[in-house]
Design a binder for this molecule. Structure first.
Ligand code: PBG
Ligand code: ZN
Length: 331
């Protein structure tokens, strides 16, 4: 008795056939590369928990931007590490704040590069929360003041747009942040600047290395009151829906790897571009295993990024972007 050769087995027979029937194409256009910028001169300091990722002073940023352009990656996401922190996160919205300075530089060196500014206060506040803090009148407990935070975030977004940012990416998760930032940008004459909303941001342990990198760990409490419960997916759809109504132009899911089902759901329910954030611990775990010789880094990274794309990501924010771009070129 012989069994028939199935159609899918015939279609896998040669590299040419596999290429022809491949459903997901990972390309360099999918990637957004995060960069941490800081004050000072001649600083290129590796983040210990994120091998291959650096704090860069603006004088050394030029080299990094040249590498990005050479890699073919179209877009960078800028995070600032300020010198000065205070309760209101003042240095986030000053016109010469570190992100604003970096945006101006990058746009002058590489006008075609799409520069995305992370809009949040946690790197800039001394308490490390994503907004302003008030003390509850009766209990005295510190809590995040949503409305005051919104006002500061709008100032930050406008300062970033004035510096030349192409996209504003608010990552703070305050209620109503998309509507507030949209209105603030429009009033300041930036109707054309899109908002990439961190719509579905889970309260995740996968941000650990980033918080070391950005010195942004909350000094008290946690972010569970404003970030989402990892157990929920229907709530993710509600969050995304309100962002769509408030005027978001792109929706983000963060982290990516443990939330591929959420990416898929967003893709099915909305017609906006969906962005996956392949966050710091997802990166660091791969790097650590690769440095130990336990895995094939290139194969693991390309498989993982392909998985995100297959799940529904139109764009992927990833610290692997420059390596992956090189690997996709066959280098
Ligand atoms: C801050 C912010 C975080 C990340 C991006 N923006 C951390 C957080 O919410 O604590 C995480 C990124 C990463 O882990 O790579 N709003
Ligand atoms: Zn934040």
């Amino acid at each position: 008795m012989t069994f028939p050769i199935t159609r899918h087995r015939r279609l896998r027979r040669s590299a040419g056939l596999r290429n022809m029937v491949r459903e997901t194409q990972l390309t360099v256009n999918d990637f957004i590369y995060p960069i941490f910028v800081t004050h000072g001169q001649n600083i290129k300091e590796e983040i210990p928990s994120m091998p291959g990722v650096y704090h860069l002073s603006l004088d050394l940023l030029k080299q990094e931007i040249d590498s990005v352009v050479a890699s073919g990656v179209q877009s960078v996401l800028l995070f600032g590490i300020p010198e000065h922190k205070d309760a209101e996160g003042t240095s986030a919205y000053e016109s010469d704040g570190i992100v604003q300075q970096a945006v101006r530089k990058v746009k002058s060196w590489a006008p075609e590069l799409v520069v995305i500014a992370d809009t949040c206060l946690c790197q800039f506040t001394d308490h490390g929360h994503c907004g302003a803090i008030v003390h509850h009148p009766s209990t005295g407990n510190a809590e995040v003041d949503n409305d005051q935070s919104l006002a500061l975030l709008v100032k930050t977004a406008v300062a970033q747009a004035e510096a030349g940012a192409d996209i504003i990416a608010p990552s703070n998760m305050m209620d109503g942040f998309v509507a507030a930032i949209r209105e603030g940008l429009d009033e300041a004459g930036f109707e054309m600047i899109p908002i990439m909303s961190y719509s579905v941001k889970y309260a995740s342990a996968y941000y650990g290395p980033f918080r070391d990198a950005a010195h942004s760990a909350p000094q008290f409490g946690d972010r569970k009151t404003y970030q989402m419960d990892p157990a929920n997916v229907r709530e993710a759809l509600r969050e995304a829906e309100s962002d769509v109504i408030e005027g978001a132009d792109m929706l983000m899911v963060k982290p990516a790897l443990a939330y591929l089902d959420v990416l898929r759901q967003l893709k099915e329910h909305f017609d906006l571009p969906v962005v996956a954030y392949n966050v710091s611990a997802e990166y660091s775990m791969v790097k650590a295993a690769a440095l130990n010789g336990w895995i094939d880094e290139k194969a693991i990274v390309l498989e993982t990024l392909t998985g995100m794309k297959r799940a529904g990501a139109d764009l992927i924010i990833t610290y692997h972007a420059l390596d992956a771009a090189r690997w996709l070129k066959g280098e």
